[in-house]
Design a protein around this ligand. Structure first.
Ligand code: SF4
Length: 214
């Protein structure tokens, strides 16, 4: 079986397992909110970000509110997310740039996204996939781990860029965004970092993880 054939099977199995692919970050469809959540998600769980977002979006309900926010007050709200001073600065500056350069909207262009403070390739790809339905692989920790276990990346690969590149070449463009949401759910439910539930895994026969039978 080629890697392409295996990828096709994996996509189909995960689609059947999780028909409703959902972004783990909760927002009401306003594009700038997903950007803010993405900035807050650095080294923080999605659950914590979603919790903090409730009071954050209540206190600052528009994108221009962030551009003019008091940094100390904003940082205090963001404290539970960790790295809160940096995240406060990045959030304020990124929202100010949206207002100044993009009419308050999130741009789709990769270069413009990467110019926003606190936005790396992972978040830029999330924004491109979720807001614009563009082909994009979000190489987060689950995606990197599972791609390696399935043999889509070289043994021991922990590189987000290498994972993104490998999966972009293997997963059909129209499937990429939803596939990444499914991988996150799969990584939480079954293919966890420490104790993957291999005996219950529908990908068992496709998996290259040497520990899978344990
Ligand atoms: Fe993950 Fe185990 Fe399934 Fe392989 S068999 S994908 S290691 S849960």
């Amino acid at each position: 079986m080629t890697k392409q054939q295996k990828a096709k099977e994996v996509v189909a199995i995960l689609k059947a397992l999780y028909p409703d692919a959902q972004c783990a970050l909760h927002y009401d469809g306003q594009d700038w909110k997903l950007l803010v959540l993405g900035i807050l998600s650095a080294q923080c769980t999605d659950r914590r970000v979603n919790e903090v977002a409730v009071s954050l979006f209540a206190r600052y309900p528009t994108v221009s509110d962030y551009a003019h926010a008091d940094l100390l007050e904003l940082a205090q709200i963001l404290r539970p997310c960790g790295l809160f001073q940096t995240k406060a600065k990045n959030t304020r500056q990124a929202c100010a740039m949206l207002c100044e350069r993009h009419g308050g909207r999130v741009p789709s262009d990769m270069e413009a996204l990467l110019a926003l403070p606190g936005v790396g390739r992972k978040i830029a790809n999330l924004l491109r996939a979720d807001l614009f339905s563009l082909p994009a692989i979000v190489a987060d920790t689950h995606c990197i781990r599972i791609a390696e276990r399935l043999g889509f990346t070289p043994k021991g690969c922990q590189s987000p860029v290498q994972t993104e590149k490998a999966l972009c070449a293997l997963i059909a463009p129209e499937e990429q965004g939803a596939f990444c949401h499914r991988i996150v759910t799969f990584g939480r439910d079954l293919c966890t970092a420490r104790t993957p539930q291999c005996t219950a895994c529908p990908l068992l026969s496709l998996c290259k993880n040497p520990l899978k039978k344990k």
